[in-house]
Write a protein that binds this ligand. Structure first.
Ligand code: NAD
Length: 289
């Protein structure tokens, strides 16, 4: 297939390279010349604009920073320039309302579109092992699925447009909450005189067990290898967790869903990022406890 790829940053660069590896012809565009040069080294053809990249493409994939940029890229440059039969896939993490608005405008312009945000970070993007949560019609999902399979290990249909984003932010809100809870429990256990490894051995096979403990332990030297073992570098940046928590709270307010723990998690990550820790892995919040 001829695939246009818009946004070749930390995530999009590896994803576009995996589409090339799968045998697709990828025409790539990014505002950054460095990102474009790297895409060229990975076998993409580079374009001078979004409109040029999407011309004649069978599919358009985007991996952009936020909803405002996604909305303006699609309404300003993709709609009209892409051919009528093209399937549109936005893989960025954006707010549910904007995802639904862009999909509706796509429909009015005669395109099928899915929102397909990802779980997994830069390593999963490079390794082609992302999980995609997809919102859109059955027909759009059926067309998007083989393209997404080339970049991931799991592709799950979450329902209508915007539901991919809804799944992503509900999941990440839960992750933020249970990471803070895990950090609190380890910090308190230690103050009560419990060795962290002993607490891990007990809690990891008891009812407090969760992913933040057994797959991503915030305490160095405990559990499998995690960013805690690397000075909280790499992994999932606290600034990105804060972005997702803000999107979650915004969506909760729109849906009138009470999320007291989600609000508290957002406030704690706001303090952590505001203190200059945005580039640190999100498990580094244990240092504040
Ligand atoms: P990034 O900032 O590294 O990449 C974004 C790219 O988009 C940049 O190269 C930028 O130049 C480009 N860009 C911005 N505006 C553009 C425009 N109008 N036209 C073309 N290119 C444009 O960000 P990233 O880490 O790759 O994240 C991308 C998306 O993936 C975000 O929505 C993020 O929330 C989500 N995400 C990131 C991670 C992660 O671990 N980094 C994990 C899951 C989801």
């Amino acid at each position: 297939m001829k695939i246009a790829f818009i946004g070749l940053g930390n995530m999009g660069g590896g994803m576009a390279a995996n589409l090339v590896k799968a045998g697709h012809e990828v025409r790539a565009f990014d505002l950054s010349q460095d990102a474009l040069d790297r895409a060229g080294e990975h076998g993409c053809t580079t374009a001078a604009s979004v409109a040029e990249a999407v011309t004649d493409a069978d599919a358009v994939v985007s991996m952009l920073p936020n909803g405002q940029i996604v909305l303006s890229a699609y309404t300003g440059e993709v709609f009209g320039a892409a051919s009528g039969g093209a399937i549109l896939l936005d893989c960025s993490t954006i707010d549910v309302a904007t995802a639904r608005e862009v999909a509706e405008q796509a429909r009015q312009h005669g395109y099928e579109m899915v929102d397909a945000p990802v779980s997994g970070g830069i390593a999963a993007a490079n390794g082609g092992t992302l999980t995609f949560m997809v919102g859109g019609s059955d027909e759009a999902f059926a067309r998007a699925e083989p393209i997404l399979q080339a970049m991931g290990k799991a592709v799950i249909h979450a329902g209508a447009s915007g539901n991919g984003q809804a799944a992503k932010i509900c999941n990440n809100m839960l992750l933020g909450i249970h990471m803070i809870g895990t950090c609190e429990a380890f910090a308190m256990a230690q103050k009560l005189g419990l060795d962290p490894q002993t607490f891990y051995d007990i809690s990891s096979v008891s009812s407090g067990q969760c992913w933040s403990m057994t797959s991503y332990c915030p305490v160095p030297g405990v559990g499998p290898q995690s960013p805690a073992d690397n000075g909280y570098q790499g992994g999932f940046a606290a600034a990105l967790m804060l972005k997702d928590l803000r999107l979650a709270i915004e969506a909760a307010e729109t849906a009138d869903a009470p999320v007291p723990m989600g609000q508290r998690a957002r406030a704690l990550y706001e303090d952590f990022v505001g203190a200059g820790n945005g580039g640190q892995d999100f498990s580094g919040i244990i240092r504040t406890l």
